[in-house]
Design a protein around this ligand. Structure first.
Ligand code: FE
Ligand code: MN
Length: 487
């Protein structure tokens, strides 16, 4: 297959940048400031490739506080976030700058009364000579003693940290109402703060983040500042995330892909029989969520493809009538930014998801909002997946505001504004989707829609008959690398 000239140029530029990087003595990067210089040099090359996109409405990163500036002691827990870890279990993750504090969480259902203690593990990682703090992972709830549904738990990390609290999601069941806050490409700018403020003002049970988290972009202290920024929400409700291209952070020959992401954001892949933290599934209420990896292999011979087939085979629409996918690089995108970057994955995976009658697919990557109708193989299809791009969290790269003209017939609504979405599952068949623009008061709804599940017998009559045979076209490792280099 011929490689487009533009992608080849991007690949060569990346290779040159990386070969320069490899010459830098890693020891020079042991200090955060030295690391920043090193990383900036690399980023300048990357940004040149992105200049073709018109970005607007950029806001600066909120002040990047070091531990000392933030007044945080070596043993004080920080960056607390939680994620579902299988039915009625919650993984609590936090960081202490220093070692020596226990990887333990004390918790209970009454404030100040910690009737239980869960223990876990801690790890550190190095990146171009920089060393992370101690990252603690502890799972609350066991098979014998699971957490209760829809219950507030009070907890403290490390044996002595300040009291925090979270609420577990509502119980499993096809008709359970559950509210999700859906975001993408969040970053840590003034716009990100507005998005977080709006999310905080709307009650939700679970947060879904479709990739591109901190925009650390290899400068590791920015992972820490992002962790501190989101704690006020991420310590109170589970944040279920997938990786975006900004999580890759590899430096060829020196650092592997997803080093910080995998160390800091552990998703329930073991719990969902996935071999990789880059793709997994989980269930809440009546929804089976497929969290897919745009930057993990996805061809028919890949681990992800095989896992997805098995995971889909385990779905019982009587138990979870809703089937929803999340990934980073959109398949249906009429913005000029990141145009066609999801094509290879779509070719490989779309028939599988269409055959399984997936209801919705959330993507990020494009820094704007777009909602498509139900669609399959490029054409509106009443049995197809409804695609929503929600990459408008507010990161430092700004908005992507140029669109293809004419608007494709599958594209219903598109707008380059920052914001967040809310998905309210009302029962087994009905849900409501609203999109909230940051410029407006949170109560203003910029887009809204009632959605009926394909598991609804009314839809089933037309859609259940001819499930598409699973299959797709093969994508070689070489093609995948070219796609990555063009990010
Ligand atoms: Fe992004
Ligand atoms: Mn992206």
């Amino acid at each position: 297959m011929a490689v487009p000239a533009k992608r080849l140029v991007a690949l060569v530029a990346t290779l040159v940048a990386l070969s320069e990087l490899a010459l830098w003595p890693a020891v020079a990067a042991s200090h955060p400031v030295a690391q920043e210089v090193l990383v900036k040099k690399y980023q300048e090359r990357i940004l040149k490739d992105e200049e073709e996109f018109v970005r607007s409405g950029t806001r600066e990163d909120v002040p990047l506080l070091s531990d000392s500036e933030a007044g945080l002691a070596l043993d004080q827990p920080q960056q607390v976030h939680i994620a579902l870890a299988g039915p009625n279990k919650m993984r609590v993750t936090w960081l202490t700058p220093g070692g020596g504090t226990p990887s333990a969480v004390d918790f209970g259902v009454a404030s100040g009364e910690y009737t239980r203690r869960a223990e876990g593990e801690s790890l550190t990682y190095s990146y171009l000579g920089w060393r992370s703090g101690h990252i603690h992972h502890v799972v609350l709830g066991t098979d014998e003693e699971p957490l209760e549904d829809d219950r507030v738990y009070y907890y403290r990390c490390g044996g002595s940290g300040p009291e925090l609290s979270f609420k577990t999601p509502p119980p499993a069941g096809p008709d359970t109402p559950v509210t999700y806050s859906v975001i993408g490409d969040l970053g840590q700018t003034g716009w990100s703060v507005t998005t977080l403020d709006h999310m905080a003002a709307s009650p939700h049970d679970v947060v879904i983040l479709a990739g591109d988290l901190s925009y650390a972009d290899r400068y590791q202290p920015r992972w820490d500042s992002w962790g501190r920024l989101i704690q006020r929400l991420a310590a109170t409700r589970p944040w279920m995330v997938v990786e975006g291209n900004h999580e890759i952070e590899n430096v060829w020959g020196l650092e592997p892909e997803f080093k910080a992401y995998n160390a800091r954001w552990r998703m329930p892949h073991n719990e969902s029989k996935s071999p990789s933290n880059l793709f997994y599934s989980f269930e809440v209420g009546g929804v089976h969520w497929l969290m897919l990896g745009s930057y993990a292999d996805f061809g028919p011979d890949s681990d992800q493809y095989r896992w997805l087939q098995e995971d889909l085979a385990s779905v019982d629409r009587a138990r979870t009538p809703w089937l929803i996918a999340v990934l980073h690089a959109p398949w249906y995108n009429s913005n000029t930014a990141h145009q066609r970057e999801g094509d290879a994955m779509m070719a490989a995976i779309e028939p599988l998801l269409y055959g399984a009658r997936v209801d919705l697919l959330f993507a990020g990557h494009v820094h704007a909002y777009e909602r498509a109708t139900r669609v399959y193989k490029g054409k509106p299809d009443p049995c197809g997946i409804m695609h929503i791009t929600i990459g408008d969290g507010g990161n430092r790269e700004g908005l992507a505001s140029r669109y293809l003209d004419p608007q494709p017939d599958w594209s219903v609504r598109r707008e380059a504004s920052f914001g967040h979405g809310e998905l309210r599952i009302l029962n087994a068949t009905s849900a409501s989707w609203t999109w909230h623009r940051n410029q407006d008061d949170n109560a203003v709804i910029a887009d809204d829609l009632e959605i009926t599940s394909l598991s609804d017998p009314a839809n089933g009559a037309t859609c259940s008959a001819a499930a598409a045979p699973p299959g797709g076209q093969k994508l070689g490792r070489k093609e995948k690398l070219v796609v990555l280099a063009a990010q």
